[in-house]
Design a protein around this ligand. Structure first.
Ligand SMILES: Nc1ncnc2c1ncn2[C@@H]1O[C@H](COP(=O)(O)OP(=O)(O)OP(=O)(O)O)[C@@H](O)[C@H]1O
Ligand SMILES: [Mg+2]
Length: 331
């Protein structure tokens, strides 16, 4: 037994001979947001569906609020909220009717239901449409209703599979605020998203999966710190000074691989436009340890007698961590 909101142990799902999720271990504490990140097809939705009892694991176990997702599936289902990747609202009912049905299915009494759905449409910008058939709503409105439905019964565990895809910035923010409110009240959230800024802003912990395997996990700051930083070295002329690469290597850095899709076309257009000084050719990018200070680079270059025009160092972001951890699947 455990106090964790969600706990997966060696959770595995195979489809035929393809392993979509491979011995996943995951721990989500109550009152926290855990972001599940990964490239398309890496197994995020499959993980969510297993934890939400919609898909049987091939191997391994998972518990939600202490209840086994296979043996105690009914119990789990009553205590979770889920926003799937695809909309689940019924277009033949109005917004309010959808909310009422979900609240009643979630075990709320009539009075509790009335109280719970009272201000929800307004909070998600749906007040004007609340009594119209959902079939007449836009995609973004349906998405917001999905989210309102998932939170109407104040579940202790909430699964959000790309909840804000297709929402405009104002509505994304409304969703973020609502999630924060639920989490402050003790709800545990497992969130998948393609917006890494959303994960960075909301998550207490992140897990990055690639081809069904966990490739990084921990607090967002820690995951980012483990990624490399970037150093752009601007040369005095096109010729690379002798020993530059060795100096950077001695500091723990290495020459960065060109970003996919940012090579020939970019350089070509630069040359075609007659870029003065050939800025692309005169600049070399290195991957460096995330905590390496620029002053250390300057001193080392000085000692080696290497002159450069400029140095630009940027701290890694969650984007860098994501790209570094999942570079095996880059096209
Ligand atoms: N019902 C299924 N039958 C067969 N293969 C499946 C099924 N569901 C998922 N898969 C496969 O499992 C892998 C993981 O899919 P999944 O939907 O979990 O990825 P994802 O990380 O959610 O991707 P996205 O970011 O595009 O939503 C994919 O290779 C997918 O083709
Ligand atoms: Mg998915």
């Amino acid at each position: 037994m455990t106090d964790a909101a969600i706990e997966a142990i060696d959770l595995t799902r195979r489809f035929g001979d393809r392993t979509a999720v491979d011995t996943l271990n995951l721990l989500v504490e109550p009152g926290t947001v855990h972001a599940l990140l990964g490239p398309s097809g890496s197994g995020k939705t499959t993980i969510v569906r297993m934890l939400a009892t919609l898909l049987r694991p091939t191997a391994g176990t998972a518990r939600v609020l202490g209840a086994d997702v296979v043996r105690d599936a009914d119990l789990v289902r009553r205590r979770i909220g889920l926003i799937g990747q695809d909309s689940a609202v019924d277009p033949r009912m109005t917004g309010v009717e959808n909310l009422r049905m979900i609240a009643r299915l979630g075990g709320l009494s009539r009075t509790e239901t009335r109280r719970a759905i009272d201000d929800l449409p307004a909070r998600f910008g749906l007040a004007d449409a609340a009594h119209r058939l959902v079939s007449t709503w836009s995609g973004g409105m349906r998405r917001r209703l999905d989210i309102a439905c998932a939170v109407v019964a104040s579940p202790a565990v909430l699964f959000l599979d790309e909840p804000t895809t297709g929402l405009d910035p104002r509505n994304r923010r409304a969703v973020h605020d609502h999630v924060r409110g639920l989490v402050a009240g003790g709800t545990a959230v497992l969130l998948t998203t393609q917006y890494l800024d959303e994960a960075a802003r909301l998550a207490d912990a992140v897990t990055i999966v690639d081809r069904g395997v966990v490739v990084a996990t921990g607090a967002p700051d820690a995951v980012v710190r483990r990624a490399h930083g970037c150093l752009d070295v601007e040369l005095v002329d096109a010729a690379e000074p002798d020993g530059l690469e060795e100096v950077i290597a001695a500091l723990g850095g290495r020459r960065a691989l060109p970003a996919p899709g940012a090579t020939e076309a970019d350089t070509g257009s630069g040359v075609g436009a007659g870029a003065a000084g050939g800025s692309v050719a005169d600049r070399i990018t290195f991957e460096i340890p995330a905590d390496l200070l620029l002053v250390e680079v300057v001193r080392a270059l000085d000692r080696a007698g290497i002159v450069v025009r400029d140095l630009d160092r940027r701290r890694p972001t969650l984007d860098d961590a994501f790209l570094a951890a999942t570079e095996r699947t880059a096209p």
